[in-house]
Design a protein around this ligand. Structure first.
Ligand code: FRU
Length: 501
């Protein structure tokens, strides 16, 4: 089937057939990473939600598995999480087996049609074969709807200090924290949000898919807590996006860090990714990187047009798996994200160039050297000038994708208005996406991952990130860069093709 394969990514996960949205229940156990996802296997638009499933040994190459959870009389299976219950706190682990517990939202369409409020409730399921097959708990729901219309997306984690499970879920324009000793009976602890009098875009839409986790602050002994909250609409470039808050969690309450709050109050950004296509991402449980970073994946689309993108057999891909870290600059704590190191094992055919004098438009690389629909590109500019530069991907039918830096406004940008098929939605490319540069370093670094239908840009060690999708009429074949007024020097360029082994 040519259509399915023309746009099917080389190294991003897509379901073989049918619709996909949020990543769900990601965990690591016994050599395997697991990814579940919002899935409608019988159609290419959002529909009755199942949990699809895929496994991987490296978070890069995924193998689709049979569907993990089917909708039932209690409702569709909405987003949620999974944990490895190492100490069998739930009691589901008979015969010495370690149970995996999934917590998800039931979304009841009968109640919705009857205009009831109590549409959404929380439920659990367990697996005794390391995540392959699941049994729904007979006592579901474990948390009834308390009279809140949007009440969903539970993310569970083990709290070491308190020796209990903590769960965070989204409730209209806030999140609510719950605690449990056994994953079955849950107690409300506190909430966060809702009462904003700030201009943070937080009122633009409903809060969805929260996550709460601690991470060490790079280069210090300190650990801080991160609260991720997706919001739709209200993203920095329109539609869906994921914001973050940094603070402390005392086992009951999330308390925002005062410096971080000051940065927020100044209207400075707090977005994990500024591109239009990274939504509903959360972290993997039961694993951290060697420096304590969290592994993360997001859904590479946007509710503005997800149901209309020009693929038929399947719809939507996940972002590449990323490692989230925390650093502190002169103003506050910040998050940075990078592609996971495991992607390096896919690099072949390294192509390097140094000291490239850019004067007008300068060709950098052609498809004969590196297939630009499966490439990792790193570059460094040692002396950033108050000028602008534009990278451009192009093909022989005249499509163009451009991205770069605007020195006048100190922003990165991404423009897909001429990137091929764009007419399926009025908001897909009506304006270019921008992201204020966070770093104030003279040196600018970039890592970009190119697939057939996506670009992921990690600038300044991942402190500013942009992810977007595109649908060219033919594969992109050349990459060039242009300076806007003055010449500049691209000090280092390294291009690697990413091949499956
Ligand atoms: C986010 C979301 C979740 C919900 C799921 C339904 O994209 O709206 O809040 O659980 O998708 O598919």
């Amino acid at each position: 089937d040519t259509e399915a394969e023309m746009y099917r990514p080389n190294f991003h996960f897509t379901p073989k057939v049918g619709w996909m949205n949020d990543p769900n229940g990601m965990f690591y156990y016994n050599g395997y990473y697991h990814l579940y996802y919002q899935h409608y296997p019988d159609g290419n638009k959002w529909g009755p939600m199942h949990w699809g499933h895929a496994i991987s040994t490296d978070m890069v190459a995924w193998k689709e598995q049979p569907i993990a959870l089917y909708p039932d009389e209690k409702g569709y299976i909405f987003s949620g999480s999974a944990v490895v219950d190492l100490e069998n706190t739930s009691g589901f682990g008979i015969g010495g087996k370690v149970p995996i517990i999934a917590m998800f939202t039931y979304h009841n369409t009968d109640i919705k049609k009857a205009k009831g409020i109590d549409v959404e409730s929380q439920a659990i399921a367990y697996s005794l074969d390391e995540g392959l097959t699941w049994t729904k708990y007979s006592g579901n729901p474990v948390i009834e709807n308390p009279g809140i219309r949007n009440f969903r997306d539970p993310k569970v984690s083990w709290n070491k200090e308190q020796k209990k499970w903590i769960m965070v879920l989204a409730a209209n324009d806030k999140v609510m924290f719950y605690g449990s000793k056994d994953l079955k009976s849950w107690e409300l602890l506190s909430d966060f949000g809702g009462d904003w009098d700030r201009e943070l875009g937080t009122h633009g839409g409903v809060w969805e898919c929260p996550d709460l986790f601690p991470i060490p602050v790079e280069g210090s002994e300190e650990t801080k807590w991160v609260l991720l909250v997706s919001i739709n609409p209200g993203g920095p470039n329109g539609g869906s996006a994921t914001q973050y808050f940094i603070g402390d969690f005392d086992g009951t309450k999330f308390i925002m860090d005062t410096e971080f709050e000051a940065v927020l109050n100044k209207g400075q950004n707090h977005w994990l990714d500024f591109g239009k296509d990274n939504y509903a991402g959360v972290s993997f449980s039961n694993v951290t990187s060697k420096d304590g970073g969290k592994f993360y994946m997001g859904w590479m689309s946007n509710w503005e047009y997800a149901n209309k993108v020009p693929t038929e057999t399947w719809r939507s891909a996940m972002t590449v798996a990323r490692e989230i870290k925390m650093f502190k600059d002169d103003k506050s704590y910040r998050l940075a994200s990078h592609p996971v190191d495991e992607i390096d094992a896919y690099k072949v055919g390294k192509y390097k160039k140094e000291n490239i004098q850019v004067d007008g438009e300068t060709a950098l690389i052609k498809v004969e050297k590196v297939d630009l629909s499966r490439a990792a590109i790193n570059f460094t500019i040692s002396e950033l000038k108050k000028d602008s530069f534009t990278f451009k991907l192009s093909n022989k039918v005249g499509d163009e994708l451009s991205f770069g830096y605007d020195g006048t406004n100190n922003t990165y940008f991404l423009d897909r208005s001429k990137s091929g098929k764009t007419g399926f939605s009025t908001t897909f490319s009506n304006k270019r996406s921008t992201a204020e540069r966070i770093s104030s370093s003279k040196q600018l670094t970039g890592t970009l991952l190119l697939d057939k239908t996506s670009i992921e840009l990690f600038y300044d060690d991942g402190s500013t990130v942009m992810t977007e999708i595109f649908f060219p009429n033919a594969p992109f074949e050349t990459l060039s860069v242009a300076s806007v007024s003055q010449d500049f020097i691209l000090d280092n360029l390294e291009v690697n093709q990413l091949n499956r082994h």
